[in-house]
Ligand binder design. Structure first.
Ligand code: NDP
Length: 461
């Protein structure tokens, strides 16, 4: 008879925790999962899902405008924030229900409470004080957005947690940051009709992305009327009668209705009992794990954003699945964090897999770069002048495509499929012998024939 109450106690019912729970239960493990907020985690409740719904909402404005060139007479459109957010929250509630049902169906017990670790095999449920003995503990508690850097009046700002619960659409919004979240929400609010200032400490958005993509996004955002305040920081925020006054590093004062701080996320490891039981954390508080997501304490594992490896939902899901396979299933399974297709849901959208041009030069030395920039067919009648950029990076020695970069409508959909080819190790010759699907924008990915000649060295991105 086992002296454990459960085989697995999972702390956190987000993407990684839910997947690990269900797969482990499928292997016959007795599983309990604790969640202090809502089942589904950041992605479902206050991340990817409601964000993407907002992105969809924001793009209608342009669709209505574009329709005129195709003969449609569209009456002055009007956006109703309250109606939209009500529908958005209804969908989030529905998905949370599905997550709960799926856990139930898998035989996983859900505990709606915060849980903390007391020793390598004991978890305390805070709501009831009950102690659960577990053979294994999985920490899948995710991360939270920060309000950093700390400045006077900084708490007047909101984060991506609160942005889904605004009572009204801000007329003027300052978005601080130049990463995924700042870029995505700047695009959302601009599309919905807010006056947007996107302020970033760097001189271009999306550090680490290919320089051509960064340039193209900056140009597109400027063209869309987003006020880009680059190479600047915010010194203080003050409540003023008509909103919030932001004093910038160049001395200017900007008055807005909301300030969205999107300067990064931090692992949720505070007060969880981790350090007390000997689990090591890194300098940002992330749980240190090995390739199998195991911490230094053999019975404690961690997956997802709390480990700060690649902070993306599909990666957390893979890590959770691999953990369950490793501990309860067919044997040790690692997740490859090397080649990850990803999309930024800016408008226009960005899709990327592999190395930027700069990183590829550093890593592979000799490379060929193929790139094209064009106005998509839809723009001819709509009068929309926005351009598409596509770029392939090819390692000269092997002819392998080691980077694909797209900024285009539907770039997220395109990169998912290009990602299959790149993951399989496709060569440029493979791309070339793939028949084009005509007329599409994506066909350009297989019709670029002449390498781009670099006239001057490019920055390492
Ligand atoms: P990111 O790490 O992507 O970006 C943070 C931004 O804030 C950077 O531009 C950074 O500047 C800036 N910043 C950091 N610290 C400071 C500071 N002290 N002062 C001023 N600026 C600062 O974080 P996000 O919060 O945007 O997103 C978190 C993660 O969530 C992402 O990395 C991504 O993995 C994931 N995510 C993925 C999405 C997707 O797949 N579509 C969507 C949303 C999030 P600098 O570049 O100079 O460091």
């Amino acid at each position: 008879m086992s002296n454990f109450d459960v085989d697995l106690f999972v702390i956190g019912a987000g993407s990684g925790g839910v997947r690990a729970s269900r797969i482990a239960a499928g292997y016959g493990a007795r599983v309990m999962v604790a969640e202090e907020y809502r089942v589904g985690g950041t992605c479902v409740i206050r991340g990817c899902v409601p964000k993407k719904l907002m992105v969809y909402a924001s793009r209608y404005a342009e669709d209505f405008k574009d329709a005129a060139g195709f003969g449609w007479d569209v009456p002055e459109p009007r956006f109703d924030w309250t109606a939209f957010t009500r529908n958005m929250h209804k969908e989030v509630d529905r998905l949370e229900g599905i997550y709960r049902t799926n856990l139930d169906k898998a035989g996983v017990e859900i505990v709606d409470s915060r849980a903390v670790i007391e020793d390598p095999h004991t978890v305390r449920i805070l709501k009831t004080g009950e102690r659960i003995r577990a053979r294994y503990i999985l920490v899948a508690v995710g991360a939270h957005p920060t309000l950093e850097p700390i400045i006077p009046g900084g708490d007047l700002g909101i984060t991506s947690n609160e942005v889904f619960h605004l009572k009204e659409l801000p007329e003027r919004i300052l978005v601080i940051g130049g990463g995924y979240i700042a870029v995505e929400f700047a695009g959302v609010f601009a599309g919905l009709g807010s006056r947007v200032t996107l302020l970033h400490r760097g001189d271009k958005l999306l550090r680490g992305f290919d320089e051509d993509v960064r340039d193209a996004l900056g140009a597109a955002y400027a063209h869309r009327g987003i006020d880009l305040a680059l190479s600047r920081t915010v010194h203080r925020l003050d409540k003023v009668p008509d909103g919030i006054a932001a004093t910038l590093s160049d001395g200017t004062v900007l008055t807005v209705d909301q300030v969205l701080v999107a300067t990064g996320r931090r692992p949720n490891t505070a007060n969880l009992g981790l350090e007390d039981v000997g689990v090591s954390l890194d300098e940002v508080g992330a749980v240190i794990v090995d390739g199998y997501s195991q911490t230094i304490i053999p019975s404690i594992y961690a997956v997802g954003d709390v480990t700060n490896r690649a902070n993306l939902t599909p990666i957390a899901i893979r890590e959770g699945h691999a953990f369950a396979d490793t501990v309860f299933g067919d044997g040790p399974t690692m997740v490859d964090h090397e080649l990850i297709p990803t999309a930024v849901f800016s408008t226009p959208e960005i899709g990327v897999i592999g190395c930027s041009e700069g990183a590829a030069r550093e890593r592979y030395g000799e490379i060929d770069v193929y790139k094209t920039s064009f106005r998509p067919m839809k723009g001819t009648l709509s009068g929309n002048h926005e351009r598409v950029l596509m770029k392939l990076i090819v390692e000269k020695a092997t002819d392998k495509v080691v980077g694909v970069h797209i900024i285009s409508p539907d770039a997220g959909e395109m990169i998912q499929l290009a990602g299959v080819a790149v993951t399989m190790g496709a060569t440029k010759a493979d791309f070339d012998r793939t028949v084009a699907v005509h007329p599409t924008a994506a066909e350009e990915l297989v019709t670029m024939r002449t390498p781009f000649v670099v006239k001057k060295p490019v920055d390492v991105g």
